[in-house]
Design a protein around this ligand. Structure first.
Ligand SMILES: [Fe+2]
Length: 215
């Protein structure tokens, strides 16, 4: 998601997984300079999460700038900030269901972005194929993260994860203006309203996605 304004990054951090790709990072300006985080009240973990956020945000912003598109920095939405603070400020075994919820939302969001990208570039098959490939790689990661968290959580933890996803997933997506502009609120509602079937998502990406457990 998650993504990211910090959500996806923090989710990966909390789950002990590397290599965040961000939904939300697209909101920062290409000219934004890396910020010092030595005064972060959340300590080392938060500091690392912030540095990662800025690093990935700058990469994406610079990539977008190649096409002459302005990218303006703004703080993440309230829900994203709250989730990030919870993820970095509570013990991992407590926040796994929340991290799992963010990963589930990430699956839905990246899928929506992929499908919309392919649709928008339908008249340029090579571009559409590249968009599909890159998003499928991200999606494969996200599916693996959901499966990992589902595997380490017990039945009760998985139930909390599902409940959080139902309560927060569409709200998180609705706070990403770029996503709403691309897909529309009705389409996002439809996607988040549908049953979350991890096994089917993994089956769509043979050789690219593996889920250790289903949710
Ligand atoms: Fe993830």
């Amino acid at each position: 998601m998650v993504v990211k304004k910090g959500v996806k990054i923090a989710a990966r951090s909390a789950a002990g997984m590397p290599g965040p790709r961000s939904v939300t990072a697209i909101s920062a300006a290409p000219s934004a300079r890396p910020q010092r985080t030595t005064t972060s009240p959340l300590g080392g973990e938060a500091s690392i999460a912030l540095r990662r956020t800025h690093y990935h945000t700058r990469i994406l912003a610079d990539a977008v700038a190649i096409f002459g598109l302005p990218v303006h920095a703004r703080p993440p939405a309230l829900a994203a900030r709250v989730i990030v603070k919870l993820l970095v400020g509570t013990p991992e075994r407590w926040n796994r269901p929340l991290a799992g919820c963010a990963e589930m939302a990430g699956c839905v969001i990246f899928r929506a972005l992929r499908d919309r990208g392919v649709e928008l570039f339908a008249d340029e098959p090579e571009v559409a194929a590249r968009i599909r490939l890159l998003y499928d790689e991200i999606l494969g990661d996200e599916i693996g993260h959901v499966g990992y968290l589902a595997a380490v959580l017990g039945p009760a933890g998985r139930a909390v994860m599902r409940g959080l996803y139902r309560a927060l997933g569409h709200r998180l997506a609705g706070q990403l203006p770029e996503l709403v502009a691309l897909c529309g609120r009705a389409e996002l509602r439809r996607r988040f309203g549908a049953a979350f079937r991890l096994g089917e998502m993994a089956a769509e990406l043979p050789g690219r996605a593996y889920a250790a457990a289903t949710i």
